[in-house]
Structures are given as C-alpha cells and as structure tokens.
Design a binder for this molecule. Structure first.
Ligand code: 2BA
Length: 147
C-alpha cells in the first residue's frame, strides 16, 4: 500500500531529526546523585544521558535508579544522595544510533526505548532521537501516502 514512500522514509539518514546535544539535558560522569536528581526534577525528564568531560556517552540515568540506590529497609535515605556518584548507579549498557544510521534502525530501536542517544564519527555525543520525533515523521509520511 505505502511501499514506495515507506521505503524512502526507512532509508532516510537520521541526521536531520536529531535533537542536538546543546538542547539535551544531561549529567556528567562524577556528578553526585543529588545533582542528578535536581537536573531530572527541574527538567521533568524521566531519564537523561550521562556524558564524560569529553562529551562521550557513558550511560543513562533515571530518577528510578536514584530512588533505588537510596532505598533503605524502612525509609528513603535522602542524606546519602551527595555521597553517591552517578557512575555507580547509571545504566551502562545503552542502545545508541550513529549519525550515519537510517530511519529504519531508529524505528526498530525506538520500540523499546523512549529515546536514543546519537554518536558522531569521533564517538562524541551528538544528541538524541526521541520517540516523539520518529512518530511525527512516520505520521507525516503515512498521511502523504494516503493523499
Ligand atoms: P520522558 O521524560 O518520559 O517524556 C515522555 C514524553 O513526555 C516525551 O516524549 C515528551 O513528549 C513529553 N515530555 C516530557 N517532558 C517534557 C518536557 N520537559 N518538555 C516537553 N515535553 C516533555 P519524547 O519527546 O519522545 O521524549 C522521550 C524521552 O527522551 C523523554 O522521556 C526523556 O527521557 C528524553 N528526552 C527528550 N527530550 C530531552 C531533552 N531535551 N533532554 C534530555 N532528555 C530528553
């Protein structure tokens, strides 16, 4: 039904759909869990990337990971937040895209991830591709194909 246009969209490079790194909230390797919780709460995002000083992707951090780290037997031990480093509680295995990847790879991965970090040729963090952006492009293509 939509074969030609679908194929075209699937082959499009993701480059134009990336939310660039300067617009992405992140925490740095070595930051405390207290700082990370502040960033997550202020921005309202449920998970954000962890980058090193050279802007290389190290992992992902969510408020759930922080809460789990300070969960005591009978209470949440907020006083421990400044002593915990994000490196010790972040998710280190992260699915990512390269800037040269196609829309098809992004679509495959975004089924299981709300967003994907994008890495450039030098291994530096270039930004993210979100489920929202991917769905918007898909919607545009489907509607175009119908008309
Ligand atoms: P969540 O934070 O769980 O957000 C889920 C969806 O809720 C987002 O989907 C967006 O539609 C909406 N949303 C949440 N916080 C928002 C805010 N502060 N401003 C506007 N809309 C907001 P997506 O846009 O597809 O994003 C998927 C995931 O990508 C987000 O999951 C978040 O973990 C991450 N993300 C998106 N934009 C980001 C950014 N600028 N910096 C860091 N992480 C970002």
């Amino acid at each position: 039904m939509l074969s030609t246009n679908n194929k075209e969209l699937l082959d499009v490079p993701i480059k134009d759909f990336i939310i660039s790194s300067e617009k992405v909230a992140h925490v740095q390797s070595g930051n405390s869990a207290e700082h990370a919780l502040l960033v997550l709460t202020r921005t309202g995002y449920s998970a954000i990337p962890v980058l090193d000083i050279k802007y290389r992707l190290q992992g992902l951090l969510s408020s759930k990971m922080i809460t789990e780290a300070i969960l005591g037997l009978e209470r949440i031990e907020y006083d421990r937040l400044p002593d915990i480093k994000v490196d010790d509680i972040m998710q280190k295995e992260v699915a990512y895209l390269k800037v040269t990847d196609t829309f098809k790879r992004a679509l495959d991965l975004v089924i299981n991830h709300a967003f994907l970090c994008v890495i450039d040729e030098e291994g530096t963090f270039a930004g993210i591709m979100t489920r929202r952006v991917i769905l918007k492009q898909l919607k545009k293509y489907i509607y175009q194909s119908e008309g």
